[in-house]
Ligand binder design. Structure first.
Ligand code: DAH
Length: 335
């Protein structure tokens, strides 16, 4: 760096393209054998006014170049960071052949399809808490204390007489207490019972239905129509029948059976050789239920179905428990 080096040095710093180059530049200026070391040697040779002036200029130049080096360093560093970020950013829109497509869990898929039908028939969707009290889960549903039917539902209790809801029926009560008739609702959701075998798990899902209107406007015939239509659309080719069954919250009460989707009524192991599969409970709302919520001059129907039961039947899953084990070999079949 001879002649008028100041401009050259400035240009050289400006044209450094990497931190390594810049460091070399710094050493060539400020190192033991660098430009400034040589300049200080020159200084020693001078005297008086000339020495003073030379020293002043030297210090100013030193400061300037240090400042220039620092500025260049920051500039190169931010370019490097930007470059790194650009390289490591992920384009989420790119198709990755390695990744497997996910799918809804068969229970959720079944639930969605059931909901879809009833929403298309103008039912609203209501929700209720999973931790319920005795009044909503039993009492208001015409299941007073010591009623034998309470034993049908093996309940998980908490200390303060709260419990995990054993069915979605308490949402009927909550909805009627919240609003007046007419009501046309379903409630999909999880329910809990102390039960565990090939067809029972401690947590499963139900969809509850309730329709209430002024006396005489809603009958068992309406209930039968909507369920038959649902079976035809959702299960497709099947017959249905409604043999009587006892539920405390409905009178008359019935179960709904569909013709066995495996043997089409011939009789097989799945339908215990009856030709029929029980798929839900239903009936005309018991007057005691309306009394509990203070409803007068109304009639209604209700039904409750088990979502897993439908999923098992439609997907031919023999053991209910396998649905909740998270085994990918099973779940991948529903993609
Ligand atoms: N809650 C009943 C159960 O869990 C199912 C049920 C039956 C619901 C009849 C109803 C009904 O609304 O009318 O077994």
């Amino acid at each position: 760096m001879k002649g008028n080096p100041l401009k050259d040095i400035e240009n050289a710093i400006g044209s450094c393209t990497s931190l390594v180059e810049l460091e070399k530049m710094r050493v060539s200026l400020f190192g033991k054998k660098g430009y400034f070391a040589a300049q200080f040697e020159e200084l020693k040779k001078l005297d008086g006014e000339a020495k003073k002036e030379f020293a002043q200029n030297l210090n100013i130049n030193k400061e300037n170049f240090l400042e220039l080096l620092n500025q260049k360093k920051s500039a190169l560093e931010s370019v490097m960071i930007e470059e790194q970020m650009r390289k490591s950013s992920v384009d989420v829109t790119l198709f990755n052949q390695e990744s497997a497509a996910g799918a809804l869990h068969p229970v959720m898929d079944t639930m969605d399809k059931i909901i879809e039908y009833f929403v298309s028939m103008n039912f609203s969707i209501e929700e209720g808490p999973l931790v319920e009290d005795d009044f909503h889960n039993f009492e208001a549903l015409n299941l007073p204390k010591y009623h034998p039917a309470r034993d049908m539902q093996d309940t998980f209790y908490f200390k303060d007489s709260m419990l995990l809801r054993t069915h979605t029926s308490p949402v009927q009560i909550r909805t009627m207490l919240k609003q007046s008739a007419p009501i046309r609702m379903i409630c999909p959701g999880a329910v809990f019972r102390r039960d565990f075998d090939i067809t029972h798990t401690p947590m499963f899902h139900q969809v509850e239905g309730l329709v209430v209107d002024k006396t005489g406007k809603v009958s068992f015939a309406n209930l039968k129509f909507i369920l038959e239509d649902f079976f035809k659309i959702y299960v497709w080719r099947c017959e249905s029948t409604f043999p009587p069954k006892l539920f405390p919250f409905t009178e008359p009460s019935a179960e709904a059976d569909i013709s066995c989707i495996f043997c089409h009524g011939e009789g097989c192991r799945v339908c215990s050789h009856t030709g029929w599969l029980e798929v839900l409970g239903c009936g005309v709302v018991d007057p005691n239920v309306f009394k509990a919520v203070g409803y007068k001059d109304v009639s209604g129907y209700a039904f409750g179905l088990g979502v897993e039961r439908f999923a098992m039947l439609l997907h031919q899953i023999p053991d209910l428990r396998s649905l909740f084990e998270g085994d990918l070999r099973l779940l991948e079949q529903f993609r």
